[in-house]
Ligand binder design. Structure first.
Ligand code: FMN
Length: 178
């Protein structure tokens, strides 16, 4: 059987507990072929060479020059994790000025099952843009793992829980809707 494809979008934030490399490894262990797309700022937080080594595919950061390369085909599922305040709000508002944000916007438009995991500190979480952005993404069909009742430092779920949601979103598991 062909491997299922997961696009992992990473941005300029990191979990204090688990790395993006851990996330790719855990996804690979669940049978996902992983293509990582990073914001330019994300490359400072998540080493593209390490990520490529684990995923077996180069990390995409920049838009390809017009008329060159291959268009990315819609994957089985897209995961944006960790997702910064900046990229969350840009996705919701439709500002596609990084490849990573453009890919999320396009794949939502293609109906690709999408899971978003914002990672915000408390002051950013208080910004009035956050609630409407989360609601917009949910209204577009994305599953957004963001529990405003949890303290900011515990709001980022463990990767296994994130991947349970990815599996559920792709219809590959029975964890159910969140
Ligand atoms: C050390 C450091 C940690 C950061 N942590 C976060 C964070 O947890 N969440 C967040 O939204 N932004 C965080 N930022 C700010 C983002 O990196 C910044 O807003 C950047 O413009 C995000 O760009 P991107 O969304 O294109 O990746 C952090 C910045 C630095 C320097």
């Amino acid at each position: 059987m062909d491997e299922r494809t997961l696009y992992l979008v990473v941005t300029g934030a990191s979990s204090p507990r688990e790395s993006a490399v851990d996330l790719v490894r855990a996804a690979r262990d669940r049978g996902w072929a992983v293509t990582v797309v990073s914001t330019p700022m994300g490359t400072r937080f998540h080493d593209p060479h390490e990520l490529a080594g684990i995923s077996g595919d180069r990390v995409r950061v920049d838009f390809r020059p017009p008329g060159t390369g291959e268009r990315l085909l819609p994957p089985d599922v897209l995961l944006a994790c960790p997702l910064t305040f900046n990229s969350l709000n840009k996705i919701a508002a439709g500002f596609a000025d990084t490849m990573a944000v453009a890919v999320v916007c396009e794949m939502l438009g293609c109906g690709v099952p999408t899971v978003c995991v914002p990672h915000l500190n408390e002051p950013l979480a208080r910004h009035p843009a956050v609630g409407p952005s989360v609601q917009t993404l949910r209204a577009m069909g994305a599953r957004v793992l963001y529990d405003t009742d949890s303290p900011a430092e515990n709001r980022l779920p463990p990767w296994q829980e994130v991947l349970d949601t990815v599996d559920a979103a792709a219809g590959a598991d029975t964890v159910g809707q969140r």
